[in-house]
Design a protein around this ligand. Structure first.
Ligand code: IRN
Ligand code: FE2
Length: 627
């Protein structure tokens, strides 16, 4: 790993969003402060009344960027983020700090002097549940306990909707308008999300809070059908990367644009050390696929994998603070032949590794046979299951086949076992699926997996657009999110082609934020439409800066506007270069309204009057079309 950097180059992205500030909302049950982003808006110029203005209330946004966008916080990635949940975890009285790392591999790495230059300097000793204790959020929820994490989430999901009525005054009716949605059975409360509602959803298994006790730095979030749709961004190094700082930056960058969780899919030699840096600096939950690292440990030979190596890997990663594990325990020996006639066979990395192991030994998948042993590890650290879809379809032709749905049934069976241990569980889903076959995936998942949250990769709705698979997949993601999928795993433009760079990561995240938000709107998620309304009002009133600032990607919106109209004056002009000054429909509508205002008539009437006047003018001029 090289660490050289251009002088003066800032690797970690820290710029706050334009016109935005961090705000903190206090808890009522627990002593907590929930971070959000507030975007302030400029005033509306009242038409026809020169100089008269009307203020616009600021807009509160769900913020995944963590302390990085908070100018008052000092960031040093060598020290890591502050440990927000440290006392919450400790005060529960059910954890102990170990005096050494419990995994063989973790110890081996810790004692290897050759790794000193790579190591995160401030590693603290791992925490683990005291003997016989279960520290999962599901366990607390089922005991009727509302944890600080649960209250944090309730406040976070509401995005200060309770202030709207007061803030908006006379504008409330127009600005709070929202179309009734079609939620396909999702039951989000119409008022506010309460901490008790969060608890109930977690207890029922309909939602999970990925929050390892060894990742106290994270800002709690929830994945469930009755909450905002979330997105995950995958990052990972390859043989040819760069410095550890750059790996941290990839995670920070993805969170900046809206990633709710990050999966570290790194492969290669120093993944243990890289992962430590990422977790210590990540404000969002981190997921991994532990079988990838286990495979590294047996030099890439799947048949050499053993339960003991895998088990040690789980403990190693759990003690570092990984919040959820993808476990491909549904790839059963008997399902593997069902993939023989597929066009693309098994496309899941983890799935293909396990299929190879099963065939080589002609034995049942050890992740399946040791599932309850895995549960014992998960509950000691509160790691959540993400049950892998190792047999997902990798092309349109293979969608919804017997192998895929066979595995889904097994994942449902495993969910029940996990729940017996109070382990939080989500279910991974496809893949490549044409639009008309998507709904069946959601329906079957709900049926077989007893409403455990669904977490899907896209799905891609066609195979013909390599280079644009963020789009082919966002179409499917928006649909399945609408139908009830709780978290969407992003796909970048580089899918099927290469390792994504920074631009690809951003494009993937923004594309998936669009899919997730479109799904929230379609479900009728309470308050989801407010940001749209605020942005539309700014657009209509030619408050260009407000329009940029409220968008998912203010930088690009502004850059595009600057491309043809860079002057400052253009940022208050009543047109843009798309239609020019005379053809702007919004400007014409505003003229109609101003006219109505002056004449004391309603807009409908004004439109008709205006038409009459125009037609008289036209006739007077001799009815010539081209003067
Ligand atoms: C999500 C839904 N189905 C698969 N995923 C993600 O795809 C999974 O969580 C992981 O981040 C990535 C690669 O998984 P495989 O190929 O090992 O199954
Ligand atoms: Fe694919």
């Amino acid at each position: 790993m090289k660490t050289e950097k251009q002088p003066g180059e800032q690797t970690i992205s820290r710029a706050p969003f334009p016109a935005s500030k961090k705000i903190f909302v206090k808890g009522q049950i627990h002593e907590i402060e929930v971070a959000m982003r507030e975007v302030s808006l400029s005033d509306t110029q009242l038409h026809g009344r020169f100089g008269e203005t009307e203020p616009n209330a600021p807009v509160t946004l769900y913020d995944t960027s963590g302390p990085y966008t908070d100018t008052s916080v000092e960031i040093d990635i060598k020290k890591g983020l502050s440990r927000l949940r440290k006392t919450w975890i400790f005060d529960r009285g059910d954890v102990e700090q170990l005096d050494h790392i419990s995994s063989d591999y973790g110890n081996q790495r810790a004692n290897d002097e050759k790794l000193d230059h790579l190591r995160f300097a401030h590693i603290s000793k791992p925490f683990r549940a005291k003997k016989g204790q279960n520290v999962s959020q599901m366990h607390y929820a089922r005991k009727g306990i509302i944890t600080p994490e649960m209250e944090y989430i309730a406040i976070r999901e509401n995005q200060r909707a309770d202030l709207l009525k007061e803030q908006l005054n006379g504008q409330y009716e127009v600005m709070s308008h929202q179309h009734p949605g079609q939620s396909f059975g999702a039951l989000t409360p119409t008022g506010y999300i309460t901490p008790e509602f969060v608890r109930q959803e977690v207890a029922a298994g309909r939602a999970v809070i990925p929050a390892n006790i060894n990742h106290p730095e994270l800002e709690p979030m929830i994945i469930g059908r009755n909450f905002l749709v979330k997105i995950n961004a995958n990052i990972g190094n390859s043989a040819v990367t760069s410095s550890i700082e750059e790996e941290v930056e990839k995670a920070v960058w993805a969170c900046r644009w809206g990633a709710d969780t990050i999966m570290d899919l790194s492969t290669g030699k120093n993944i243990h050390e890289t992962r430590e840096w990422i977790i210590r600096n990540s404000p969002v939950p981190i997921g991994t696929v532990p079988i990838y690292q286990a495979l590294e440990k047996v030099n890439g030979k799947a048949e050499d994998l053993t339960w003991e190596i895998f088990r040690d890997t789980l403990i190693e990663q759990a003690e570092q603070g990984v919040d959820y594990f993808t476990i491909h325990a549904g790839v059963l020996l008997r399902y593997v032949p069902l993939t023989a006639k597929r066009i693309t066979g098994i496309v899941s990395r983890g799935g293909s590794i396990m299929a190879k192991w099963c065939l080589a030994h002609h034995k049942e998948n050890f992740l399946y046979t040791h599932f309850e042993d895995i549960c014992e590890i998960m509950k000691a650290y509160d790691v959540s299951f993400s049950l892998g879809d190792g047999l997902r379809p990798g092309c349109i032709a293979d969608a919804n086949d017997a192998a895929q749905f066979g595995e889904l049934e097994t994942l449902g069976e495993l969910t029940k076992i996990a729940w017996k241990h109070d382990i939080q569980t989500i279910i991974e889903g496809p893949g490549h699926v044409p639009m008309h076959l998507i709904k069946a995936n959601m329906d079957k998942q709900l049926e077989h997996c007893s409403e455990a949250p669904f977490y899907t990769l896209g799905p891609l709705t066609t195979d013909i657009a390599p280079g644009y698979d963020h789009i082919t997949s966002a179409i499917g993601a928006a649909m399945i999110g609408w139908f009830g999928t709780a978290m969407l795993c992003y796909v970048t433009p580089k899918e099927h082609l290469g390792l994504p760079n920074k631009k690809d990561v951003k494009d993937g995240v923004i594309t998936y934020k669009i899919a997730a938000h479109a799904a929230d709107l379609a479900k009728g998620h309470p308050g989801a439409q407010y940001r749209d309304n605020a942005l539309s009002k700014a657009r209509f009133e030619f408050r260009w800066e407000d329009q940029f600032n409220l968008s998912l990607d203010p930088d690009t919106a502004k850059e595009f506007h600057d491309e043809t109209l860079p002057a400052d004056g253009a940022k208050i002009a009543h047109f843009c270069s798309m239609c020019g000054p005379n053809f702007c429909s919004m400007k014409i509508t505003q003229d109609v309204r101003a006219y109505a205002d002056k004449q004391g008539v309603d807009a409908q009437e004004a439109l008709l009057k205006g038409m009459e006047e125009k037609s008289a003018e036209f006739l007077n001029k001799g009815s010539e079309i081209y003067l």
